[in-house]
Design a protein around this ligand. Structure first.
Ligand code: ADP
Ligand code: MG
Length: 343
């Protein structure tokens, strides 16, 4: 693409050119991540050498101001989250992160903002040895688009279409805190000071479950990361695998902070929240000990919440049957987050 106009900090400060901006805040720091890429930033394309016996896992996620984050969010948290939501997709596939590209539209070249943003971004990238290998930079309304590249052993990728009759359904960590934090920010409900801090951390700094995803590759069957709420996301596994599920709504794990809110708010946040970035996965009952060992090795709690069942007739649609702790059916109308419908 042709270069855009220089990005101006303000009228009395010299313009920071697109190239010096890329160099200072992205290219120079990218060199720190030690990932086995063949050619990084600076040429027309980056080159990645696939490792033998592995498949490349590729995913893109875009973050748009006003839609995915508030205009005044701390830039360090935004840098973290922009990469975290992408790494979460690699985790859900059982893949190991290797590299990423960053395409960004920036309203202005604010040096303090860029420094904090790239600090947050590279702190997470360096932790997972995931190298920034290219991107695109333009002026415009704030928009961040990252593509991640990972690899996974051929045959062990955790696909959405792999759930089978009798599988246990599991989730990692706890669900609902990020949605609770959004509700506090929007004034939908109030929380005590300590709970509010926990909710905000969950919303702004999700931790991609990379170690768990890799430990589950070859153990679990189907998996995905919960970005739009458990109800909507588990439905994707059911649709792709052509099965149904029985889920104990009361078994869905929640944090001590979430347990301080009203029961109906807890249920809404855990089952139909969003921005959780925990893994939901299925595994045969015979793999229970192996799933527990994978969680222990990754340092992440794993909780069994239900069972996959075969459809009883070809006309039956894949769906979730919700039950409470006593096994009584619950009729819940829950929908995952959909950008083209009001939530
Ligand atoms: P092109 O003209 O081929 O689009 P650019 O001039 O946009 O290339 O970018 C020059 C180099 O800088 C390329 O290697 C590109 O991948 C890299 N780059 C541009 N923006 C970013 C960014 N935000 N982060 C990392 N690398 C970037
Ligand atoms: Mg370009």
């Amino acid at each position: 693409m042709p270069s855009n106009q220089p990005l101006r900090i303000s009228s009395d400060v010299p313009a920071l050119s697109e190239f010096s901006l890329i160099d200072r805040f992205f290219a120079r720091r990218a060199a720190r991540a030690a990932s086995p890429v063949a050619l990084g930033i600076g040429d027309d394309c980056a080159l990645i050498a696939p490792r033998s016996g592995k498949l490349l896992a590729i995913s893109t996620d875009m973050l748009v101001e006003g839609r995915h984050f508030f205009a005044d969010v701390a830039p360090g948290a935004l840098g973290h989250k922009a990469l975290a939501v992408n790494l979460s997709d690699l985790a859900a596939m059982g893949a190991e992160p290797r590299a990423f590209t960053l395409a960004c539209a920036l309203p202005r070249a604010d040096e303090a903002w860029l420094a904090a943003f790239s600090d947050g971004l590279f702190a997470l990238a360096d932790r997972y040895g995931c190298a920034l290998i290219g991107g695109d930079t333009t002026s415009g309304p704030l928009n961040l688009c990252i593509t991640v590249f990972g690899d996974v052993d051929a045959g062990t990728a955790l696909r959405r279409d792999a759930a089978r009759d009798g599988d246990d359904v599991w989730v990692s960590g706890t669900l609902g805190d990020a949605r609770a934090g959004l509700g506090v920010a929007r004034g939908e409900w109030a929380a005590g000071a300590r709970a509010a801090v926990a909710f905000r951390a969950a919303l702004e700094r999700p931790e991609p479950r990379i170690a768990l995803g890799r430990a589950l590759a070859g153990v679990a069957r189907a998996a995905l990361d919960i970005s739009d709420g458990l109800a909507g996301d588990l439905q994707h596994i059911l649709d792709r695998s052509n099965v149904r599920a029985e889920i104990n709504a009361d078994a869905v794990p929640r944090s001590a902070a979430l347990a301080t809110l009203a029961p109906d708010v807890q249920r809404r946040c855990t089952l139909a929240g969003g921005d959780d970035y925990e893994l939901c996965f299925t595994a045969p009952a015979a793999a229970r000990a192996a799933v527990g060992a994978a969680g222990a090795a990754a340092g992440v709690a794993v909780t069994r919440i239900g069972t996959i069942r075969a459809l009883s007739a070809p006309s039956e649609r894949p769906a979730i049957a919700w039950r409470d702790a006593a096994g009584a059916p619950l009729s819940l109308t829950l929908h995952g987050f959909d950008h083209f419908h009001a939530d």
